[in-house]
Design a protein around this ligand. Sequence first.
Ligand SMILES: Cc1cc2nc3c(=O)[nH]c(=O)nc-3n(C[C@H](O)[C@H](O)[C@H](O)COP(=O)(O)OP(=O)(O)OC[C@H]3O[C@@H](n4cnc5c(N)ncnc54)[C@H](O)[C@@H]3O)c2cc1C
Length: 507
Amino acid sequence: MDKQVLIVGAGPIGLTLAMALTRQAVPVRIIEKNAVRSPYSKALIVWSRTLEMLEIEGIAQDFVAAGIPARGAAVWAEGKQRVQLRFAEAGIATDYPAGVLLAQSETERLLENHLATLGVHVEREVELIQHHSTPDGISATLRHADGRIETAQAAWLAACDGAHSTVRHQLDTAEFAGDTLPTHWLLADVKLASDLPRDEVSMFLAHDGLLIAIPFGDGRFRVMGDIGQVDRASLPEPTLADIQHLLDTRSDTPAVAQDPAWISHFVINERMVREYRYGRVFLLGDAAHIHSPAGGQGMNTGMQDAINLAWKLALHSHGLVGEALLDSYSSERSAIADQVLRKSGNLTRLALIHNPLLQHLRSATVSALGHLDSVRRTLAQQFTELDLHYPDSPLNRALPGASTQMLPGDRAPNAGLNAADGSRTLYALLAQGRFVVATTGATPVTLSEDASDIALGTTVLPQQGYEDGRVYVIRPDAYLACSANLEHLEDVNRYLETLRASGHPSG
Ligand SMILES: Cc1cc2nc3c(=O)[nH]c(=O)nc-3n(C[C@H](O)[C@H](O)[C@H](O)COP(=O)(O)OP(=O)(O)OC[C@H]3O[C@@H](n4cnc5c(N)ncnc54)[C@H](O)[C@@H]3O)c2cc1C
């Protein structure tokens, strides 16, 4: 076996997976067919929940320093600002109430640089052209820049090779089911001479279509708008004048576009696979799900796929947990992609209403709902992804005296520690790649020997969500697996022992 995990593709998802696995001492090899990193800005927002996970990886501050805060979003319709949402209105305690606005090319640079500090370098101009499973792993045929063909072996193959995934195409049963929406879109990265806010996404619901302007530093904006159902073959190359026309006809704030770095057309695909695991092959990121850019969730969802898979693969590769644990990657992440596809699709369809009567109704509804605190809170929680959770995870367990505030599958918030082990926060402790069994008492609970193989005990300072008299079992990706009354510590030990033995909490 050359390496434990062969990662195909060094986009943001492959890089995140390589980083998280390497941190957890799993040897990886990451290959990329392109000679250089993509220069395109593509995904522009790293959301709060992704930043929390990057904190566990130890690089969230690099993102905060490199980008600008994404404080909110405003929706305009029929000449009026209908809603101005601040993401901090999510009302969820987090160190990252705002996302970070940053070009995807920068996200990839930060990830690749960090990976290099961990001693792993992307092998560029190496393309996977074929793979097949062997009794104890996978065998992959790789083509190098000089035409040399190599056969590589690995225990696991992680397909992070994007929407046109070669690996997925070679899996007979992996259907990328879904649709291509008929509407075409224009996008550009330009400098805007304008009073448009520099820390807020502006969305204009105009009579003839949608216009979105997303700032990402240095006066640059991503401008996007729909241009209807056109014959792609006869579409001329888009120009700066086309972008200016969108701004002139749809923006309620005057804006002059200059200095284009990227102008392109695109169509929206809404597709996903049902299963994310095929024996020794995993699909992640765009290889598993693609959807509308509305809500800016694509890259974030993929990065969280990688974080979800990494700790499971690490515990299993170290011989600490049974293989069944790996199946939960598929069920947990496909449930999330389902939601993302549905919500981003609804947002897109709402934005593309062209009937004037319905547009008027839409403006009135957006205004009315946008003033309700509960709606604003829900929207902020959804955008920031702080509401993501796994209510139906096979890893969840209901134990006696469980918390009613934080349920199995819920996000576990960060907290300060009483611990004497040098870790100052819960998330810093999670970086050890083990479950954390947390209480609010003065001393950590005593875990059984088997439970201690996969879990660390600690005490958290009382924080939102963590109640006295309870014990919380937190997964390495900061989700709650189960909680119990302190008197039921033996149930917690049994949960961890069973998981350790079989990879599933019910054995
Ligand atoms: C215009 C646009 C705007 C977007 N806006 C947003 C946004 O606002 N927010 C958001 O979250 N997402 C957004 N996205 C989506 C986001 O860009 C993707 O979700 C993200 O790039 C997916 O990352 P990935 O690593 O899965 O795939 P990719 O970024 O496509 O990376 C895959 C990599 O695999 C390599 N590869 C492919 N095949 C092979 C092979 N056989 N061998 C070796 N290497 C291979 C490719 O060269 C590539 O580098 C946007 C996308 C576009 C196009």
